[in-house]
Design a protein around this ligand. Structure first.
Ligand code: NDP
Length: 397
């Protein structure tokens, strides 16, 4: 049993809180802190029974976080605020001696980079303090990395070709909306594509490469090669990989909106002067787009995210597909959040549970594929995200 501090009261935060609250034998006390306290209070109210305490916190401010941690004394922090806060929260954890978990890698505000280098540089600091920092424990990164670890542990002597395939075949009924924080989402999707082959990173123009891929229970969907952060840690932790790529589906309508947003300068992340004050266009755009946390109500359809792998087992070529499908409607019925928040929040809760139960342990900074995938995947199926696997699968890629 352990106390947990959850930072961030967005769509993902709502799911993490609800899932943690449903397991009092693991998460004895929960404090939800975020920039806007009223959002924490709404979530606490939904859970009821006084299970969740709330607090106002600007997590960019290390001393504020340190003070809150010292007052509440949690075993760990689950960081589901924005990637900009990662390092400040890690600093606060180091100062107070508590463990750390997040779902997205650190990003400086003025650069969209999606690199682990800043957080990996904390390795020695966490080691010296005997603390554990777990990076990227959402769905992708997160479950996709753990799916790959399962493949390596049980089905392959050598993973050679890895394709992570992420399909959202949902319909939220809005002309344009992002499924998680719009600022982070648009930064991720408008950057150049990149994949790994024969020891090198190969860059592509945004959305230059696409294929129609078949997804279980969904059918064919146009899928675009984009860069995604787990590729960086996976090729490091599984050095037999010859090629690693990430594919994501986008509808025509979504891409058209995105093109317009970029062409008119609204995706810019550098400040511009407006009526005498500096504003960042993408931050302003976020303020007028639908809140991803509120998309759930009319969201139909499902997501399908998985790994398609080719490699060698016992001297023979092996193919393998492992995936989860998640229905937006069911996610909403259970938690009031749509499927993308759900598929991120459930793994974050399970990662924290693994740490509290000592099933994942160590000192330093870790990516999730470095741990035993088995207990995590058992819990993943039990707590709302059943997964499926197929050996000798037909791999379209
Ligand atoms: P939201 O924008 O809905 O929520 C972010 C929350 O963090 C908001 O409540 C926001 O407060 C709060 N916040 C922002 N800045 C601060 C700050 N300085 N101090 C304290 N709180 C702050 O995002 P999501 O819930 O959609 O996403 C949360 C995280 O999950 C993001 O990092 C995202 O990248 C990651 N993610 C990971 C995925 C994965 O599969 N690995 C998939 C989807 C998301 P306020 O309400 O005041 O703005």
């Amino acid at each position: 049993m352990a106390k947990v501090l959850i930072i961030g009261a967005g769509g993902v935060g709502r799911v993490v809180v609800q899932k943690c609250a449903s397991l009092p034998e693991v998460f004895s006390e929960i404090l939800l802190a975020s920039r806007t306290k009223s959002k924490c209070d709404v979530i606490a109210e939904e859970v009821g029974q006084g299970r969740v305490k709330t607090a106002q916190l600007d997590a960019d401010n290390v001393s504020e976080t340190v003070a809150l941690i010292n007052e509440f004394k949690p075993f760990m922090v689950i960081n589901v605020a924005l990637p900009y806060q990662d390092l400040a929260i890690m600093d606060a954890c180091l100062e107070t001696g508590v463990h750390y978990l997040d779902t997205a890698n650190y990003e400086p505000k003025d650069e969209a980079k999606f690199e682990y280098k800043w957080q990996w540089a904390y390795q020695d600091k966490f080691k010296e303090k005997g603390l554990m920092a777990v990076l990227g424990c959402g769905f992708d990164p997160g479950v996709t990395s753990i799916f790959t670890a399962r493949a390596a542990k049980h089905h392959f002597d050598e993973i050679q070709y890895l394709d992570i395939v992420d399909c959202n075949a949902g319909d939220h009924g809005k002309a344009f909306a992002t499924n998680f924080n719009p600022e982070i989402n648009i930064r991720e999707i408008t950057q150049k594509g990149k994949y790994y082959e024969d020891g090198k990173w190969i860059e592509t123009e945004p959305h230059e490469i696409h294929k129609d891929l078949n997804y279980p229970n969904i059918g064919p969907k146009r899928s675009y090669l984009i860069y995604h952060e787990e590729l960086e840690s996976l090729v490091k932790n599984f050095p037999s990989i010859k090629r690693a790529r990430f594919w994501m589906t986008f509808g025509e309508e979504y891409l058209t909106h995105l093109r317009v947003i970029q062409n008119i300068g609204m995706a810019r992340i550098d400040p511009v002067k407006f009526k005498g004050v500096e504003i960042v266009p993408l931050e302003f755009l976020k303020a007028v787009l639908p809140d991803p946390g509120e998309l759930g109500e009319n969201y139909s359809g499902e997501t399908s995210i998985g790994c398609r792998i080719r490699g060698i087992k016992d001297g023979e070529e092996q193919t393998y597909y492992i995936w989860n499908n998640c229905k937006h409607e069911e996610a909403y019925k259970e938690t009031g959040a749509q499927g993308v928040s759900y598929t991120t929040g459930v793994p974050a809760m399970i990662g924290a549970k693994m740490m509290i139960e000592g099933k994942w342990n160590g000192e330093g900074v870790f990516n999730v594929e470095e741990f035993d995938p088995d207990p995590f995947l058992t819990d993943l199926a039990e707590f709302g995200l059943p997964w499926h696997e197929k050996l000798n699968a037909e791999i379209e890629l």
